[in-house]
Each structure stands twice: as C-alpha cells, then as structure tokens.
Design a protein around this ligand. Structure first.
Ligand code: GDP
Length: 420
C-alpha cells in the first residue's frame, strides 16, 4: 500500500485533562505500539506506585528516546483501515507555534481536550486561540473524563455550548463535540453503552471523517517567476510551479503587474521529457507570446483565479530575531520568490508563546513571541491567505542578514485590489 493517505493531527488541552491518555489509547487500540511498550508502561506504573496508565506510554517513549533508542516522540503514528495518522506532539507551545508558522510542521486537524469535571479553563481558551491563529479549521472538541460526571448529557451540553460560543467568536467552528472517557475507553473505538444519548461516531471513526485538503496540484495555478533569461532569440521564464497546473496555450495573467498573455511553449521541465502540461512541484521553463519585461517575483496565474495583490495585509508571525521586532523599522520580506522592503505597521496582539498569555496594544514583539500584525510593503505584492495556499500564504522577515521571523497571511486588510 505505497500511496496511503497521511493526515497530521495535533492534540491540545490543559495539562491533566487527558491528552496523553487519549494519545496512548489511540496508539494502543490501533495496535500501533512498538514491541515492549506495554511492558515498559507496566514498569513505569509500578515505579510510580500507580495502576496501569495509558498516559505513561508517552513517558515510555520519552525514556527510550533519552536512551538514544528509536522513536521520535514528535512523530507518533497510528493507522486505521482508511489511512495513516501522524500525531504532531506539541511538547511546548513555543516549538509548536514556531514549527507550524515556519512550515516545519503542519497540523491538518486538531483534537482539543477538555476535562468534563474541571470544565473550560483559561488554557483551554488559549488552545482554541492557537487553532484560530494557525487557521486550523478541522477540529473536534473531546469532552473527556465523562466517567467523573456520571456520563451526564446535561453537563456535556453545557460545556459544548460554552466552548462553542467562545470558539465561534474566534472564527473556529469545531466539526464535532465528542463525549469520551479516554481512561475507560468509552466512545474511543466503539460507541459507548454508557452514553446512549450521544448519537455521533466514536472518536476513531470520527477521526477517519476528517477530510483531507486537496493537494497543491488541485489548487489554482501559482507559478512564481524565479528568473527570466535569454536563450537564442527566446526569453525563457523559469521557476517552480507551486500550485495548480499549466498547459501550453493557456491564457495567463502576470501579477502584480497585471498583464495578460498566452503560454507559447513549455520549453522544459526538470526531467526534460517532452510535455505540454506541468504540475505543482515541477521546475519548468516556459515562453509566452508577449515579451513584456517580466521580473523575478511576479506570479503567473490563471485569470479568474488570481491571488490577492496589495501592499498591506494581516499576518500572524513568530518572532525569533536577535533583537525585538518594532514598528516602523525596515525589514526585508520574502514570499516565495518576491523580496521587498516592509515594515510592521500595526501590532494588534502579542502572545507569549510559552505561556500563551496575551498582551494587547504592545509596542514591540520580543523573541519567541507570536503576534498578530499588519504588514505594509514598499510596493504591492502577490499572495494568498494561508488557509487557501500554504506556500504563497507564508513569508519570512529578514533583519539585516538574519531570518528573524516567520509569518502566515491571515487576511487582507480592507478592500484589496484583486486583479482578475
Ligand atoms: P495530560 O496532562 O493532558 O496529558 O493528561 P493525562 O493523560 O496525563 O491525564 C491526567 C490524569 O487524568 C491521569 O491520571 C489520567 O489517568 C487521568 N485521566 C485521563 N483520562 C481520564 C478519564 O477519561 N477519566 C478519568 N477518571 N481519568 C482520566
């Protein structure tokens, strides 16, 4: 089964609400544990003077890792008949946010865990906010430890109502709320007889219902120009197709300069077989009918499916500069092949990435903080919202010679001049 689908999931929740237990159970129930894992868990439980705990599975993995053996805890995997899952562990919010924003990790779906007995905590809200910040729309809320509240439907509904109201205010719309007891395995693999009032799927079946996003190939064409060079009498436009497909004869639009032309030939692609159609991921050279002065950085796209073009946009960024980020200072912004001077025009919110505490109206962004900002570039550039395209919706900021920040485009500022 070479081409099995893979879905990356992140599990978040207030400490002790049951994250490790949920993960441990998922691994156990899908028989995804390496040999000897259960024995180690039994030993760890014994050493701690506790009964067997699925939560110690993660400790067992960590122990292995410390001894330099095999498994990377940040890459726990399990599989169902439908596909493979990678659990992107978020050991610290800082690493998680940094990896997500920089593109080192990509969580496609999230499970947000709330302890039914403790209810919604500040940290639960902050995790909801992270989903919003990263534009993760595919999320389930697990109301865990239902055993501690006698599997009460009313209590479950109350938590669901309150959490939903809060999340919706952040533009996060969880697809499901699932009452579970991870410890006792209720509603984890099979529907629980203890909660007949719950008509939805058990967790594992529900996870299989997360829809995988279309790959980049199925998205609108994004062909950022890397170089234009003269080859005998022709001008060849070279670059990498980042999204979509491109055919000889296609009418194309070049943004931000807003010129329309047609693709005359596809001169080559990296493997140099003859082809008339090229796809996302290929490095290609093409010629077009009208020889404008095309420049590095511009996007070749299809009319009617153009990117946003503007000199201001909203972004969420992770700052890792040697010095703090300040407003009105010049940074260099790189977005695919575009490079332009920019400044941070406004800082709407700063979040300490370790504690997730928020600071309103901050004047600066410290190293390892996350911020919601408005960026203003020296000239208009082409881009997409991150939730629509994870490549043309991501950028880095350079301070002097150092990559000092990574950001994702969260949206346009006001009316954006879209070219189509
Ligand atoms: P984490 O800090 O979010 O990873 O939480 P853990 O998975 O370590 O769980 C914290 C504690 O809650 C452990 O003692 C678990 O055994 C317990 N726990 C987890 N899930 C349940 C549950 O469904 N019911 C009950 N009663 N306890 C649970």
């Amino acid at each position: 089964d070479a081409a099995r689908e893979v879905l990356n999931i992140v599990v978040v929740g207030h400490v002790d609400h049951g994250k490790s237990t949920v993960i441990g159970r998922l691994l156990y129930d899908t028989k995804s544990l390496p040999e000897g894992a259960i024995e180690r868990v039994k030993r760890i439980s014994r050493e701690k003077g506790k009964p067997f705990e699925y939560a110690y599975l993660l400790d067992a993995f960590e122990e292995e890792q410390k001894q330099g053996i095999t498994i990377d805890t940040t890459q726990l995997q399990f599989r169902t008949a439908k596909r493979d899952y990678v659990i992107i562990d978020a050991p610290g919010h800082k690493e998680f946010l940094k990896n997500m924003i920089s593109g080192a990790a990509s969580a496609e779906a999230a499970l947000l865990i709330i302890d039914a007995n403790e209810g919604i905590q500040e940290q639960s809200r902050r995790h909801g906010y992270i989903l919003s910040l990263l534009g993760i729309q595919k999320a389930y809320v697990l109301v865990n430890k239902m055993d501690l509240i006698d599997y009460s439907e009313d209590k479950f509904n109350e938590i669901r109502h309150d959490m939903n109201e809060f999340l919706n205010s952040l533009n996060v719309f969880p697809l499901k709320y699932i009452p579970v007891s991870a410890f006792y395995g209720e509603n984890m693999v099979d529907r629980s007889a203890k909660m007949p009032w719950y008509k939805g799927e058990a967790l594992l079946a529900a996870i299989d219902l997360f829809e995988k996003e279309k790959g980049l190939e199925g998205k609108p064409l994004r062909f950022p120009i890397q170089d234009v060079y003269k080859f005998d009498s022709r001008r060849i436009i070279a670059g990498r197709i980042e999204a979509g497909t491109l055919k000889a004869g296609d009418t194309v639009l070049i943004t931000p300069s807003n010129k329309t032309t047609r693709v005359k030939t596809i001169e080559y692609w990296a493997d140099r077989d003859k082809t008339d159609t090229v796809y996302a991921g290929m490095s290609v050279g093409i010629t077009v009918e009208d020889e404008f002065f095309n420049q590095r950085g511009e996007f070749i796209v299809h009319p009617g499916a153009a990117p946003l073009v503007a000199d201001t946009f909203k972004a969420n960024l992770f700052w890792m500069g040697k010095t703090e980020l300040v407003k009105n200072r010049e940074y260099k912004l790189k977005l695919v092949t575009q490079e332009v001077q920019c400044e941070v025009y406004a800082i709407s919110k700063v979040i300490d990435a370790t504690t997730l505490a928020a600071v309103e109206n901050a004047a600066r962004v410290n190293t390892n903080d996350v911020a919601e900002v408005i960026i203003k570039t020296k000239r208009p550039i082409s881009f997409d919202e991150f939730r629509n395209n994870q490549i043309t919706g991501r950028f880095v900021l350079i301070d002097g010679y150092d990559v000092s920040g990574g950001g994702i485009v969260s949206g346009p500022v006001t009316e954006i001049q879209t070219v189509s």
